[in-house]
Design a protein around this ligand. Structure first.
Ligand code: CP3
Length: 341
């Protein structure tokens, strides 16, 4: 197996810089569209054979150094007791958003084997299929990011309801976070036991918080999650979108790897993170709409700066856009491999 990705996560010596791409299985690939034409998104997530098929696509088509389980961060919210739908072109909707203590008391803590067996079955199929290829990454949302969806009822611009609860009823907010954290821990543990060889925690919206609020309302729950996974000895990646004001705090989460967005200079981020933690990132996803010469310059710069880190895993600074030409994604993988060898 090509274990370059796992080695970089641990800060071990590698022959080249490994790369995978956030949202690498998705709508920019015609091969994904073909499978997706047969089933809606949630059905795809809940059908292990199909989920495994689309997980494999970027591994076979792009040559990335890791596979990531095909699923969604919102999947565990359904067995917690919320009704989840994905509306075409509009994104996720959770009906009856959580607003009051009684809504939180009604939420369940999930039992992964019983509540999300399809996720664990997908992982088992994938480990067989990936045996001579690359490692498999499992994932979850960070408790804060999941809380925003549960409170807002979907995606949000300024997180009005979330911050209202945080600032005016902090004990309600903390009770919700505690419940989500319990679910997140058992969900990630189950993924690791089923065969996930690394896990990524997505804190996509933590960057909307002031540092003091992040320290109080998000970070303790990420720490608790990570502490409860440490004994499993798989690398833990903590991705914080819009991390610029939060890097030192994010590092204190205890993650093995910090994933960063493109709005910070990766060289400066490494200085701030220090020598104990590896780094992942951080090309602007929109760089995949530039010509090959421009792309090469940007990749070179990130690789050069990234080489100072304890370990560097190349990635985009956030998910790849559906409009991205697949050929550019292929070119990116080739460039990273060639320029770092
Ligand atoms: O390839 C991979 O990265 C693995 C699969 C994956 C998906 N979602 C598939 C998906 C992963 C890791 C996620 C994580 C996820 N989901 C996050 C965190 C990462 C990030 O982008 O910040 C978030 C916030 C979500 C919630 C979510 N899921 C939204 C807001 C949307 C709608 C917006 C959109 O891009 O359509 C989704 C849908 C979704 N998740 C799709 C895919 C492939 C598109 C569904 C489709 O095929 O129509």
């Amino acid at each position: 197996m090509n274990d370059t990705f796992l080695r970089a996560c641990r800060g071990e010596k590698v022959d080249y810089t490994p790369i995978w791409i956030m949202r690498q299985a998705g709508r920019y690939l015609p091969e994904y569209q073909a499978v997706r034409a047969k089933a809606d998104f949630l059905t795809l997530c809940k059908t292990p054979e199909l989920a495994a098929e689309v997980t494999m696509q970027p591994v076979d088509i792009l040559g990335v150094d890791a596979a990531i389980l095909f699923s969604d961060i919102l999947i565990p919210l359904e067995p917690m007791g919320m009704r989840l739908r994905f509306l075409e072109k509009k994104g996720p909707r959770l009906s009856k958003p959580v607003r009051k203590m009684k809504d939180i008391e009604a939420l369940r803590t999930i039992e992964p084997k019983k509540d999300v067996p399809f996720v664990l079955d997908t992982i088992k199929i994938l480990r067989k299929r990936l045996r001579k290829k690359v490692p498999l990454i499992g994932f979850s949302g960070a408790p804060f990011t999941l809380a925003t969806y549960m409170i807002e009822g979907g995606s949000s611009k300024n997180f009005l309801e979330t911050k209202k609860m945080m600032f005016s009823a902090p004990e309600v907010f903390h009770a919700l976070m505690q419940k989500i954290t319990e679910t997140t821990i058992s969900y990630l543990r189950a993924q690791i036991k089923a065969g996930a060889q690394a896990v990524q925690i997505f804190d996509s919206w933590a960057g909307a918080l002031a540092p003091d609020d992040y320290r109080e309302f998000s970070l303790p729950y990420v720490k608790e999650t990570i502490e409860n996974l440490k004994s499993h000895d798989v690398p833990i990646i903590y991705f914080v979108n819009n991390c610029g004001g939060l890097l030192e705090l994010a590092r204190s989460s205890g993650a093995d790897v910090i994933g960063i967005d493109w709005r910070v200079d990766i060289g400066k981020a490494i200085t701030r993170i220090g020598k104990e933690t590896a780094i992942q990132g951080n090309l602007d996803p929109l760089a995949l709409f530039s010509d090959d010469t421009t792309l090469k310059t940007k990749v070179k710069d990130i690789l050069k700066k990234g080489s100072r880190a304890k370990g560097h895993i190349f990635n985009l600074g956030h998910g790849i856009l559906p409009q991205t030409p697949p050929e550019k994604a292929k070119t990116l993988v080739k460039l990273v491999h060639e320029l770092s060898s």
